[in-house]
Every structure is written in C-alpha cells, then in structure tokens.
Design a protein around this ligand. Structure first.
Ligand code: ADP
Ligand code: ASP
Ligand code: MG
Length: 425
C-alpha cells in the first residue's frame, strides 16, 4: 500500500481532545498498512489570534516578523500531534515547513512554493514513522527566512507534498463532510457533491469557497493528485476532486449543469475617478498595482460621471491589499492625472459555477432574475466560460447566495449538511 497524505485543519485539532481524536485516526490509517504523512494547521483560531496580537503591538508589523510569529501556530499543533501519536504506541516525528523541504520565494505572507525536497520526510516514513509537517509555511530560497504561503494554505502544503512524494491520495480533513453546493453555514439545505472536476473546483476556490485553497487545486491538477475532502469528525465518504469527467474508478460521468454557489467576503473595491481617456492610462495603473504584488480580480471601465473625455476605472482586490494599493495609486496621481480614489470594503462577491453553463443558454438571465426577485442590487459583473460572478453590498451576500441556490433547484429535500466544528472565522 502506498503513501497517504492527510491534512487536518484548525477545527480538527482545536483542543487536546481533537488532537487525540486525530491521532487515533492517523494510527488507524497506519494500521491499514499505509505510510502516513500528516500536514497540520494551527489549533482553532490561533492564526487569527496571533495576527490580532501583532496588531495590538503595532498596526503595521514587519512582514518577516509576522511570518515568524504565525508559523509558530502550526509548530504547536505538529508537536502536540506527534506526542499524541507516540502515546498510542507509534513513532511520530514533527517537521517545520523548512525541515520538510518546502522551498519558497521570499514574498512574506503569500510566498509561492518553488520546490519541495522532502528528503527527511521520506527517511522518516521509510523508517516506519509517521511524519507530521507544519502546514502553510516554508523557507525562502534566497533569504533563508521563514515564509508563510497565505491564509488557508496548509491545503497547498499537503497537495504539494503529496505530489512530491507520489502519494496515492491527499485527504483534506475539515469541519464539514465535503464540498457542498454552497457553504453549509449559510445554506443549511446545501447538498454534498460526490465529485467535483478540477476546473469547477478551481473556479469555486477562486470565488471564495474556502473549503479548499486555490493553489492546492492547481497543484492537484498539474500533478494528478486525487484529493478527497472529508470530515475528521465522522468516517463518511466525502467529495473527490478529480480530472474533468472521471469518477474514482476513472469512468466518464455526466456533469450537472451547476456545481454550486460560492461567496467571498474578503474583497474590496477601488475606483479611480476621472482617468484621462488616453492610450496607456489603464496599463500604467495596473502596472503599478502589479509592482506592489496586488492581485486584481474584476475590472470595469465606465464613462466618467465626473467629467467628459474621462473614464472611471473600478476594480476589486483582496481587502488586505487595500491600503497597499491605495498608497501605490496615490503616488501616480500627478503622472496619470486622475481626479480621486474611492475605497469601498463593504462589498462581497457571489458566484454561480458549473461546467454545464457552456452548453445551456439562459443561466445568466436566471441568475440575475433570482437576485432581482430577492432585492439584491448588482454592482459589478464578470464571467468566465463556467462562472458568473457579481459584486453586491456586503450585507446582501447571504440573501443572494440563498436565493440563487433555491432558483437553481440546488436545495436538498432533507437537510444533510452538518457543521461539526470551527467558528467560521
Ligand atoms: P479548515 O480549518 O479545516 O481548513 P476552513 O474553514 O478553511 O477549514 O474550510 C472549511 C469551511 O469552508 C467550512 O466550515 C465551510 O463553512 C466553508 N465552505 C465554504 N464554501 C463551502 C462549500 N462549498 N462546501 C463546503 N464548505 C464550504
Ligand atoms: N493556519 C493558517 C490559516 O489559518 C493556515 C491554514 O489553516 O491552512 O490560514
Ligand atoms: Mg482551510
């Protein structure tokens, strides 16, 4: 039997009892004859608590030191989990991201994995030990400093390790039973999906469904790693993330039109008002943002309400990059000659995702009609081949998600979704 990589999220290891429960599960997998590599997140809301603590010390913590602080969260859980596995009579060794060979670039807070050299993990499992790796962290190839890979990135550590080790499966254990047609915290009637294709899961993750980190899905697709998303609180089968039309046996399956509805509360909107309507102005604005490592999501350009021969350019971006982006744009105000900047962080994004959209007309009309009937105003729209996203007022996200879920007949007859733990923070 081959290598199994298991990733346990913060809610699964929230307290000592959770850690013991997870240790038992690891031992059970080991007893089935698998070599087990575990990736673990920080306990409960530890990462958020550490961030809050840093902000109480200084409003703008140096990124290097913030990464040093946040990586401590995963080190606590990895050591405790290794102790719990040992207490059940099985050898376990914990490793930091750096010790596990997770080599990254040097962008603190959102470092990208450049290479994985899991020599020590390989030796540990070859000796029959359980290897337990701290998620969400690595070491910079250039500076040798400790880095973090972005919020929720323990999933990516797990899939990247699974790829590097040639694991037969990467199991992502969390506080819900799998990937649902919408976040069960908002839509109790959401249905669990047996399988989701890579392309649909990429769109869901990119649209804010935080059940899986976006880059872990990209890894899984590139290196052909099967992902099984399931709960650590029960033994039921979860959701398989597989190539576009295959099931777990590799057979082709018929796809539903709509996979689900995702929402995102982490975006903000910036409007550059009164940009001279000349060649090259938009390029200049987005070059400056790219230079500041700001990822842009939606972009809309309108005739300016403020003056003629001018345009207003609005775009959305991660809320946490808002101040950085505003500062970068302020520096080019004279050069570009725009009037002013507006910042709005009271927005949210709601997206409808489904590969069947390609061949079924009328999905957009039905989506917008359901939002209109629910009294939700659309601020911005963007689409891909298999996704339609709208920006709405933050206060209307839940209403929009529920209305869309019902309009596309996704509600289950009987409520099956259970949220086993976590605070949803
Ligand atoms: P973990 O700490 O285990 O990584 P996360 O909080 O990152 O867990 O992700 C699990 C959460 O994702 C669930 O508790 C749920 O609220 C949320 N979620 C959002 N969209 C979905 C979806 N479509 N299916 C399942 N869960 C979802
Ligand atoms: N502990 C980190 C976070 O809260 C990483 C993770 O849980 O995936 O974002
Ligand atoms: Mg997560």
């Amino acid at each position: 039997m081959g290598i199994v990589v298991q990733k346990y999220g913060g809610s699964s290891v929230a307290d000592a009892d959770g850690i013991k429960r997870v240790a038992q599960r690891i031992v059970n997998t080991k007893k089935q004859g698998h070599e087990v590599v575990v990736v673990v997140s920080a306990m409960g809301d530890t990462t958020d608590d550490l961030r809050d603590l840093a902000e109480q010390v200084t409003p703008l913590p140096p990124p290097r030191e913030l990464d040093m602080l946040l990586t401590a969260g995963e080190r606590i859980s990895m050591a405790l989990l290794a102790m719990a596995v040992s207490s059940l009579g099985h050898e376990a060794q914990s490793f930091t991201g750096s010790q596990a060979g997770v080599i990254t670039d040097s962008v603190h807070g959102k470092a990208k994995i450049i290479d994985i050299t899991p020599g020590r993990i390989k030796s540990a499992i070859d000796e029959g030990h359980v290897a337990i790796v701290a998620g969400f962290q690595g070491v910079s190839q250039d500076t040798k400093d400790v880095t973090t890979l972005g919020r929720g990135a323990s999933d990516t550590t797990a899939v990247a390790l699974a790829a590097a080790l040639g694991a037969e499966v990467c199991e992502i254990y969390t506080d819900v039973a799998g990937v649902f047609t919408a976040d069960p915290r908002i839509v109790p009637a959401a249905q669990k999906l047996d399988r989701v294709s890579h392309e649909e899961m990429l769109e869901m993750a990119a649209s804010g469904a935080k059940i899986l980190h976006l880059r872990c899905v990209e890894y899984a697709r590139r290196y052909d790693v099967p992902i099984h998303v399931r709960t650590s609180f029960d033994t039921i089968e979860g959701t398989w993330i597989l190539p576009d039309t295959a099931d777990t046996e590799g057979d082709t399956v018929e796809q539903a039109i709509i996979a689900g509805v995702a929402h995102d509360r982490s975006e903000a909107k910036i409007t550059v008002v009164g940009v001279p309507d000349k060649v090259g102005e938009a390029a200049r604005i987005f070059e400056v943002l790219a230079g500041s490592e700001v990822n842009i999501d939606m972009v809309v350009q309108n005739v300016s309400a403020a003056a003629t021969a001018r345009t207003d350019i609005s775009f959305t971006l991660p809320r946490e990059d808002g101040q950085n982006a505003m500062a970068a744009l302020a520096k080019i105000q004279d050069e570009v000659g725009y009037d002013k900047l507006l910042f709005d962080d009271r927005v949210g994004k709601v997206s409808l995702i489904g590969a069947g959209m390609r061949s079924h007309p009328g999905i957009t009309a039905k989506f917008f009609a359901s939002l209109a009937a629910a009294g939700v105003n659309i601020e911005m729209i963007s689409t891909s081949e298999i996704r339609i996203s709208v920006i709405v007022d933050e206060g209307q996200i839940d209403t929009a998600v529920r209305a869309t879920h019902t309009a596309f007949d996704l509600d289950a007859d009987e409520v099956e979704a259970v949220v086993y733990g976590g605070t949803g923070r």
